[in-house]
Design a protein around this ligand. Structure first.
Ligand SMILES: Cc1cc2nc3c(=O)[nH]c(=O)nc-3n(C[C@H](O)[C@H](O)[C@H](O)COP(=O)(O)O)c2cc1C
Length: 189
């Protein structure tokens, strides 16, 4: 039997990413788990309004979304507990500036460089809607078709209720294959 937990945010796991932006002319990094996909050409980054990062995102309109793998996790976790308002986080990651003007972490296997096109504000959150300008990926995580192989990339996942990081799992099925098999069974009944 299911228990009703009430209104609980339970849409996990999500990928853990480090957001990079320039704040007052200096790079700042922040760990974020509340990310989303908006249609086919936009992503959403949800940042609490008091964060230092928000100033830079609002000022420059540019940010990078750096996917975190296990190697990057200790430093990614650190930028999730230290605020740029109090400490300088600019040297945590080696970076270079992307073609669209956002800082890109050298050690992240996949980085999306984004332009902010909207901000859906709630009382306490800036929810930045971003268009992806460029996507930079390590060639070692591409498959023979030139697509990202997420079983190689192994993005770290995040879940808030127990405050844990999870590993990405294995491929369990090819999309639509199981549905087609199920449909065939229905037709053959
Ligand atoms: C695992 C984890 C996930 C987090 N996810 C978010 C998030 O989705 N949105 C958010 O606003 N803050 C999130 N935080 C908190 C910020 O990373 C943290 O408050 C950070 O110090 C803010 O840095 P800043 O003030 O330099 O921007 C998360 C922290 C951790 C450890």
């Amino acid at each position: 039997m299911k228990k009703n937990l009430g209104s609980v945010l339970a849409l996990y796991p999500t990928p853990a990413v480090v957001i990079g932006t320039m704040v007052n002319g200096k790079v700042n990094w922040v760990l974020v788990g509340h990310v989303g996909i908006v249609g086919h050409d936009r992503i959403l980054i949800s940042l609490a309004k008091p964060h230092y990062t928000n100033q830079g995102v609002i000022e420059t309109g540019k940010l990078s979304v750096n996917v975190v793998d296990e190697k990057l996790l200790p430093r990614a976790d650190y930028v999730g507990i230290a605020s740029g308002a109090k400490v300088d986080k600019s040297e945590v990651f080696a970076y270079r500036m992307g073609d669209a003007g956002a800082p890109l972490i050298e050690d992240s296997p996949l980085v999306m460089e984004c332009e902010v096109v909207d901000n859906y504000q709630t009382e306490t959150f800036d929810n930045f809607i971003c268009k992806i300008a460029n996507t930079y990926v390590e060639e070692s995580v591409l498959n023979e078709k030139g697509k990202v192989d997420y079983t190689k990339l192994k993005p770290v996942l995040f879940e808030m209720p127990n405050y844990n990081y999870l590993a990405t799992g294995d491929v369990i099925a090819k999309c639509t294959r199981l549905g087609k098999e199920y449909k065939d069974q229905l037709l053959n009944k």
